[in-house]
Design a protein around this ligand. Sequence first.
Ligand code: NAG
Length: 495
Amino acid sequence: MRPTLVCLGFLQAVASQQIYDIWQTTWDRDMLLTYFQPNPDPINFVTPGAIGSADIVVDDSSVYQTIYGFGATLTDSSAQLLSNLKSQNSGSYWQLMDYLFNATDGANSAGFSYIRVPLGASDFSATTYSYDDTSGDTALNDFNIGAAPSYLFSTLSDILSINQWLRVHVVPWSPPGWMKSGTMDGGSLNTEYTDTMANYLLKSLQGFQSKGIPVYAIAIQNEPENSNPTYPSCSMPVATEAQIGLALRSLMDSNGFQNTKIIGYEHNWVDAANYPVQLMQQAGSAFDGVSFHCYEGSVSDQAEFTSQYPDKEVFFTECTGTLGSDWWSDIKWYMDNLFIGSLSYGSSTGLMWNLALDGSGDPILSGSNSCSGGCRGVVQINSDGTWSVNQEFYAMGQASKAILPRDEGGPWGQRIGVSVGGSLSWALVVGAYVTGRVSSTDWDRYSIVVLNWDDSASTTFNPQPVEATIEFRGMQATYTFPVGVTTLWWYAPAN
Ligand SMILES: *[C@@H]1O[C@H](CO)[C@@H](O)[C@H](O)[C@H]1NC(C)=O
């Protein structure tokens, strides 16, 4: 009888998979990262019947990269606005911080867990500065992490107090001006300072450590193919970035930073086949991976890199919203290209540009011509101490809910295989993820993030809910997705 019992037990386990938990953001904003449970009952996975007009096939035999999370860049400007809010209205500040960063399972929060921080000034700083502005100081005797505004580190500490799993990714917008032609604004590194620059980056890591901020990853140069004379930026040929990477890797390994990753490129999709590939050819041993921005090219370009270097990691680290653009059109684009799309092309992160700005896209560095039209922060913070979250928050929050650890300190989600069939297959864009557990007897969490963009937006706007079937291990669940983004999950024994 024993085999039969085992068999029955297995069937029961499969039959009892159910969808209890749903997070949703709809085109009409009736739902805004809103949590609910199916009413009146959970949705059962049952013996398959006919497929719905879209059929989501989840394939957990294919398991891909770990997702480290979503977030944005904590620019000096973002930190300044947050810090002002804290002084003005600390209750409101802590509410916002919790809504952004609380990564606890089930918290009413986007659970942002990946933050990029500029090393020195960017185009969203109050002044132009580096950590060592003493001309000719090749020994870096005057290196001072305190050149950064104190509100940068106090805000980072506050974020860490809410989310201890936060991953911090640092990157300079420019080397100190004296290592170039005298200014941080545009130009390129004088190559006699290659080793000095590697040492400058090591000292930056030590500086963050002295402020109690652990660094997960460091990149050599933000946007190395962009030199702009109106704000800190620097063009850096592949050979220079490769040399700095090699020197920095060895400095980090001998100074206790063996586990901190080095990331290359940090620039647009469009050059994925060239700069990052050449960087791996010249210095692959130094770099854990490369990162992409959205401003030129398309997300599928990431494959030009991943097809040649499948074992290197990929990060998506920057895209900005522009003031005045359409809320729902933006969410469709973000899900399709970034927070489902970039992940399906191998990214482990999805980040926007400024975490916080005001309603005019300020404060921006005086004289900078970046962000024509005005950049939108993930959060808008107003001078009267009020705040609101933008479309970028909801797009990333919906994706984040699928991959945050189920257990405190537990594993992060990994992408798994998924495809969409049926007559309305084009109406849904879907990502699928599995999140492991601390205890091997607990069931894994399986999540899907579904964009339904069947709204006829190009003709007469006419949003159509899509009745979809979800196939998993030979069982089938049915759910009708409204036009919007839906994240839902179920539990099943580990595969
Ligand atoms: C995060 O949210 C959880 C669940 O709502 C709550 O219990 C916890 O106190 C929050 N954590 C922090 C650090 O605010």
